[in-house]
Ligand binder design. Structure first.
Ligand SMILES: *[C@@H]1O[C@H](CO)[C@@H](O)[C@H](O)[C@H]1NC(C)=O
Ligand SMILES: *[C@@H]1O[C@H](CO)[C@@H](O)[C@H](O)[C@H]1NC(C)=O
Ligand SMILES: *[C@@H]1O[C@H](CO)[C@@H](O)[C@H](O)[C@H]1NC(C)=O
Length: 576
């Protein structure tokens, strides 16, 4: 075996174990963090015999071709529009090359390690081994670390190495250097009058086209039907059009809360239910006191709003196999679903601050959402509730973009508020990714916006990054039922399931017309026809990091994206 010479980077460690064949391989640091990230603390050593499960993400053979293909099938101007791939066809692009597989398995077998494939395309390998052996394999030393705010501990390291000859074959080995705080979702919750009489909410119908004045203070399904032109007639083509709602950290949605919600706020859908899928030990006790507020909100504004569309709640448990709370595991599970039950829309009201996720993981996640797009699934993520400070209001010196919203293959949903014409919700997460460059569908929008603000905030945000959000919907004063009571909640957590419902209802009409579903949305939304389905939001801003944040303005902006959508206009945009 040829030794590859290399310049020693800062922390290169060569294996020193005597007689170990590994010592013949030149090791090179593959990923590292400069220090223990803020929010985490070193919590001592780990036992060498403790068993670790690691995942090796292999380089995917043809990801650029899959990107091109995904854009082609999602772009209304392309001849391939709507010709979505099967998961098997996607796997052909994602699978590692034979060369990658043999190089990596050669390395593992010379260390006496057997890997199993844990993704349909075989691009993700899993190995289980004692800490001592993992330390030798990766020329590193693991320790225990605590996430201070939550008290959770994990085994991590600040740097690890792989043989230099494998750099072209391995994306990452995790969990190693990813210090990812627990997922954030929590909608801001305000108690409102508990146990109201259903008669309290029966209102006179507004005159055609108008929105009831009460919707300025309390938003419920009938307000949204008025605001966005959503249909009340039940969808007819439910068999092939499932809306998936992702819930994380063991949250489950409660059927009794959904029933209470419907009886008060949308009696026309009384009796609506949802089905369940579990990932990573997801829970579903249905004990009402344990119902998730996020989960209840998300199910009520899908099953309780998208009339007649079948909804599946995907409950992800506390044992994610990835570094990101199960975000990647859910994609694997969805791609493995039969076509009949695979969702056509996936709504997620959780996320991370981009800088909390290593770029290697953010890219892998983005490639995973691209795979969902390629098979015809619209992937929606809340843009965050902290304005330019990211998921939540925090102290910051530079603006904090959120992820996965920064991935161009997801549609990032921001927040708006008030009676039409709506204004930006000040909580609306927005800004520019540091990981993903501005995609071409958005190029003119992003440069026009940046030009319009001149030098303002220069240095606080990335002028060549993907801009978020893409769209904005109601994100304040939304009424939900939770643990047997009614509450008002706010956040892009509200806007996301509302938009998901709209997309699912458009899909229903498309199926009725014999057309393919919407799939990956952004190329359509940013097309001339797509833009025409939005009302531009031109006032309000998203303060954070001790600034006033970005301002909503004419055209796309990093507060409300393209603006707020209308159902009938979206139908027009897709030729219905
Ligand atoms: C990648 O995909 C393209 C388009 O399908 C195909 O022409 C090419 O041969 C593929 N390359 C590899 C390395 O599989
Ligand atoms: C479902 O079909 C019925 C009967 O054809 C029709 O009246 C109704 O408008 C349809 N619903 C939708 C959402 O298209
Ligand atoms: C800004 O975004 C570009 C494009 O994604 C990236 O290459 C660059 O590293 C980013 N800059 C910073 C400071 O993160």
């Amino acid at each position: 075996m040829r030794l590859i010479s290399f310049i020693l980077p800062l922390a290169v460690l060569l294996s020193v174990s005597n007689g170990n064949p590994m010592s013949r391989r030149a090791m090179v640091v593959h990923e590292s963090v400069p220090a223990v990230p803020s929010g985490f603390a070193h919590a001592g050593t780990v036992s060498p015999s403790q068993e670790l499960t690691l995942r090796i993400a292999l380089v995917q053979s043809n990801i650029t071709a899959l990107q091109e293909k995904t854009y082609a099938v999602s772009d209304p101007a392309n001849a391939l529009y709507g010709q979505y791939l099967t998961p098997e066809e996607v796997a052909e692009y994602v699978k590692p090359t034979a060369e990658t597989l043999s190089a990596v398995s050669g390395w593992l077998s010379e260390n006496g390690i057997t890997a199993k494939s844990v993704s349909p395309a075989g691009d993700l390998l899993q190995i289980s081994l004692p800490v001592s052996k993992a330390e030798t394999l990766l020329a590193t030393q693991f320790s225990s670390f605590t996430h201070v705010a939550s008290g959770t501990t994990s085994i991590r390291t600040l740097a690890y190495s792989i043989p230099a000859s494998l750099r072209a074959h391995i994306q990452f080995v995790h969990p190693t250097i990813a210090f990812v705080p627990p997922l954030v979702s929590k909608p801001g919750l305000t108690a409102i009058n508990h146990k109201r009489e259903p008669t309290n909410v029966v209102r006179a119908s507004p005159t055609s086209g108008a929105v009831s004045a009460s919707c300025a203070k309390t938003v419920n399904p009938s307000c949204l039907q008025e605001m966005y032109g959503l249909p009340t007639a039940k969808a007819n083509n439910s068999a092939s059009n499932t809306l998936g709602v992702a819930g994380y950290q063991g949250e489950f949605a409660n059927q009794a809360d959904l029933s209470l919600f419907l009886s008060y706020l949308n009696p026309g859908l009384k009796g609506a239910t949802f089905s369940l899928m579990t990932v990573d030990g997801g829970e579903n006790t249905q004990t009402i006191s344990e119902a998730g507020d996020e989960a209840d909100l998300d199910i009520e504004y899908t099953a309780g709003l998208a009339a007649g569309v079948p909804v599946t709640f995907i409950s992800v448990g506390y044992n994610p196999q990835d570094d990101v709370g199960g975000f990647m595991d859910i994609v694997t599970a969805i791609l493995a679903e039969p076509a009949a039950t695979r969702p056509t829309v996936l709504s997620t009201s959780y996320g991370f601050n981009e800088n909390d996720v290593p770029i290697s993981v953010a890219v892998e996640m983005c490639n995973a959402y691209m795979q969902l797009g390629a098979v015809g699934i619209s992937v929606l993520f809340a843009s965050g509730d902290g304005g330019v400070s990211g998921l939540q209001t925090t102290t910051c010196t530079t603006f904090v973009p959120t992820t996965p919203g920064g991935c161009p293959f997801v549609t990032s949903v921001g927040g708006s508020t008030g009676l039409p014409p709506q204004v930006a919700a000040s909580l609306s997460g927005g800004g520019f990714s540091n990981y993903f460059p501005t995609p071409s569908f958005q190029g003119a929008d992003v440069s026009a916006y940046i030009a319009s603000i001149g030098g303002e905030y220069s240095g606080l945000y990335n002028k060549s990054g993907r801009g978020i959000p893409d769209v904005a919907l109601q994100a304040e004063d939304v009424e939900i039922a939770w643990t047997d009571s009614l509450y008002l909640v706010g956040g892009t957590s509200c806007a996301t399931p509302i938009f998901a419902s709209m997309v699912a209802l458009v899909n229903d009409r498309l199926i009725a017309a014999g057309k393919p579903v919407l799939g990956y949305l952004n190329p359509l939304l940013y097309s001339p026809a797509g833009r025409a389905a939005f009302t531009d939001i031109t006032s309000g801003s998203n303060p954070g990091c001790n600034t006033n944040g970005f301002s909503a303005s004419v055209g796309w902006d990093p507060v409300t994206g393209l603006g707020t959508p209308n159902f009938e206009l979206l139908l027009t945009a897709v030729g219905l």
